[in-house]
Design a protein around this ligand. Structure first.
Ligand code: NAD
Length: 255
């Protein structure tokens, strides 16, 4: 028996990095997974990997900031698997580092639409099913950048602080429903999003300096975040609610 046997899960941003690792781990632990990403080839590749590993998965190409598309992938999960037990709203973009005076409203709107409104929409359409059945686990990927300064660009950090608030306030709004809502705040993880940082450091021959700011003195890997998501998704976390849990090698404890 896997730790998610019998559960139906949606994972967004499943075409790469943390989302792909989580979708694979959820399926490995027995969940039926709907893998969502706006990059169709990438999410199909994730689904092929999961099937090769013996898991059950369905892939959907969708933009998490598009309300109609979000409603459709939630309905797809219900139609395909007969319900929804776990939502992992993980898709996000970084937006890079742009000096504040050069930032435009459009730049802010794009980051907020994907990183903050995306999780809101997924919760909006997933939660009625969970509330009806009296249980469910919602997980969002925030960031250390949502907890403190100097870990990301301005709109990115604001979007992730918003995600921390979203899970706290939603957990309270779902008072008495049995639905849990939590966030994971990763530190520096090697993924598609952070590729420019890693490529740049490798090109300069300074790879050994990446991830040295935290007490573990190393960067993290996607499966290390997926393990935290698995815990929150599973009944092992039955009393964990409304939390933003840092998985960052101790980075957020240092300032
Ligand atoms: P990634 O780029 O490897 O994966 C993100 C995935 O999300 C990609 O496959 C991308 O196509 C998808 N995506 C982006 N916008 C989308 C949209 N509008 N609709 C659907 N899919 C979309 O990066 P990652 O690091 O795995 O990112 C996952 C989450 O982790 C993000 O929310 C990110 O902010 C967060 N995070 C990452 C780090 C890190 O160091 N990598 C640190 C803290 C938080």
């Amino acid at each position: 028996m896997g730790r998610l046997s019998g559960k139906r899960a949606i994972v967004t941003g499943a075409g790469s990095g943390i989302g792909r690792a989580s979708a694979r781990l959820f399926a490995h632990e027995g969940a039926q997974v709907v893998a969502v990403d706006r990059a169709e080839d990438a999410v199909d590749e994730t689904a092929a990997l999961i099937r090769k590993e013996g898991g059950t998965v369905s892939s959907v190409a969708a933009d998490v900031s598009d309300e109609t598309a979000v409603k459709a992938f939630v309905e797809h999960c219900i139609a395909e698997y007969g319900g929804l037990d776990v939502l992992y709203a993980n898709a996000g973009i970084s937006g890079g580092l742009v000096p504040l005076q050069e930032q435009t409203v459009g730049y802010w709107q794009e980051i907020l639409a994907i990183n903050l409104i995306g999780p809101f929409l997924a919760i909006k359409y997933a939660s009625p099913h969970m509330i009806r059945q009296g249980h469910g686990s919602i997980i969002c990927t925030a960031s250390v950048a949502g907890l403190r300064a100097n870990a990301g660009g301005t709109p990115y950090s604001a979007s992730k602080a918003g995600v921390v608030s979203l899970v706290q306030t939603t957990a309270n709004e779902f008072y008495g429903t049995g639905v849990r809502v939590n966030a994971i705040c990763p530190g520096l993880i090697e993924t598609g999003m952070t590729k420019p940082i890693f490529d740049g450091a490798r090109a300069r021959g300074s790879e050994d300096r990446i991830g040295q700011l935290n007490p573990l003195k190393r960067y993290g890997l996607p499966p290390e975040i997926a393990q935290a998501a698995l815990f929150l998704a599973s009944d092992d976390a039955s009393y964990v609610n409304g939390q933003a849990i840092a998985v960052d090698g101790g980075l957020s404890s240092t300032h």
